[in-house]
Design a protein around this ligand. Structure first.
Ligand SMILES: [Zn+2]
Length: 130
């Protein structure tokens, strides 16, 4: 039994549909569309005209078939985006997986441990020089 229903958009709500900037091929379709002048109202989802959307989708499908990629890609749960981890360690808010959050905590703990070692060493040196 469904516990949540998606309500139809109200007439004054902006249309954010499937064919908008959130689509993985939106930038490709928009690039195709830059080669000809399409009036803004004719752009689907504010990105590209119908012909350019169709071209980018067909090209993507042809490429997928040519190299033998599956239609849906399985994500590896153990995959770690090291760039995102590095950014998170440097204080930037980035979306992370559970494994990546664990790595960030481990690195931050390592940094804190190193800092504490340095302070202890400095204290020991200053105590000796007195
Ligand atoms: Zn176009």
């Amino acid at each position: 039994m469904p516990v949540q229903a998606i309500a139809a958009p109200t007439p004054d709500e902006p249309r954010v549909g499937r064919w908008s900037w959130g689509h993985p091929l939106a930038e490709v379709a928009a690039r195709h569309c830059q080669s000809h002048a399409t009036p803004l109202p004719l752009l689907i989802g504010g990105t590209a005209c119908g012909a350019c959307w169709e071209r980018s989708i067909r090209d993507d499908e042809e490429f997928r078939l040519a190299v033998g990629l599956p239609r849906e890609l399985d994500t590896d749960p153990s995959y770690v985006d090291w760039v995102a981890v590095e950014q998170a360690v440097n204080g930037r808010e980035v979306p992370l997986t559970k494994v990546e959050r664990h790595e960030v905590r481990r690195r931050l703990g390592e940094l804190a441990r190193r800092r504490n070692i340095a302070r202890r060493y400095i204290c020991a040196v200053s105590a000796v020089t007195r």
